[in-house]
Design a protein around this ligand. Structure first.
Ligand code: ZN
Length: 305
């Protein structure tokens, strides 16, 4: 038997072993108590949802660079103007006001690049890598505004590329997707994160309930309820005034308790016109994230660090 045959046979044996019914020697966690014990919240965060804690954070001013993107020849079907930049800045400043975060315009420039103007996020990501030194300044949050992304039949509104770089298309420079993508830069995640997984965020908000896992599941923020993605069919269950009328259930079959605050959350997958607020818990998490990482300090005006 040569080496090739031997390899073939051992492969077959491994394959068979995988399918043979064997008595399991795995340790199985059965009890609810064990399930809850598996939740060890991150020690880096307080998980506070106390408005007084948030209010005590001193105001910080974060520099922003806006980069309008034109075609190679400098033209655009819908150019980013200074007026639009100020509008976007105003939106961000209202969205982050309760966190005592203020955004200040540092630079506003245009870039001529047809691939970035109207292309895929993959190509955009390459463009950011290729021109990192020119356009991705690490002393500011860099917001790029291309005409469109080709993803989802030109439907993709925005995308976050890291703590100091994100892009929203020209249709969304002044919509809720802008604070949403900025939220990702401060490491906020979607309120429905992993809602389909068996380790989904549970509905209960009672810390004594053995099912309570809000610090270890979903977006790890306790005052955003467990929610599903409300894009697609669930979107039909959102009224024009942002109330949820559906009856979706979490991964355990418990009906969600979805409030207007949840429907209006910037980090939810929800009706675009409803994205209009953050919770206190999200605000505290953002401020704690900014304190945790030195690279944010470079973006802050007059930072002591
Ligand atoms: Zn997102």
């Amino acid at each position: 038997m040569d080496f090739k045959q031997l390899t073939k046979i051992s492969f077959l044996v491994i394959l068979l072993l995988n399918f043979m019914p064997m008595k399991s020697h795995c340790i199985v966690i059965n009890s609810d108590e064990d399930q809850q014990r598996k939740c060890t919240p991150s020690k880096s965060y307080s998980f506070s949802i106390d408005p007084e804690v948030l209010a005590e954070y001193p105001e910080i001013v974060i520099r922003i660079n806006f980069w309008g993107i034109n075609k190679d020849n400098g033209e655009s079907e819908d150019p980013l103007t200074e007026e639009k930049v100020m509008e976007a800045l105003g939106l961000l400043n209202s969205a982050y006001a309760d966190m005592n975060i203020c955004f200040e315009l540092n630079e506003f420039e245009h870039i001529n690049n047809s691939t970035a103007y109207w292309g895929s996020t993959k190509n955009f990501s390459k463009f950011l890598r290729d021109f990192k030194d020119e356009y991705v300044k690490d002393d500011a949050l860099n917001i790029f505004v291309p005409y469109r992304f080709t993803n989802f039949d030109d439907g993709l509104r925005g995308v976050n590329f890291g703590y100091n770089k994100l892009a929203v298309n020209m249709l969304n420079y002044n919509t809720g997707i802008l604070p949403h993508e900025v939220g990702h830069s401060f490491r906020l995640i979607h309120t429905h994160q992993r809602f389909k997984s068996e380790r989904c965020e549970k509905v209960t908000r009672d810390p004594d309930n053995l099912e309570f896992n809000a610090k270890c599941a979903g977006d790890y923020v306790v005052d955003t309820n467990a929610v599903p993605s409300m894009y697609g069919s669930e979107g039909n269950n959102i009224t024009d005034d942002c109330k949820y009328t559906g009856n979706a259930k979490d991964c355990d079959g418990t009906p969600y308790n979805i409030t207007e605050d949840d429907v209006r959350n910037f980090m939810a997958y929800t009706k675009q016109s409803c994205r209009s607020r953050f919770t206190v818990g999200q605000g505290i998490r953002v401020r704690e994230t900014i304190e945790l990482q030195d690279f944010y300090q470079k973006m802050i005006v007059d930072s002591k660090k």
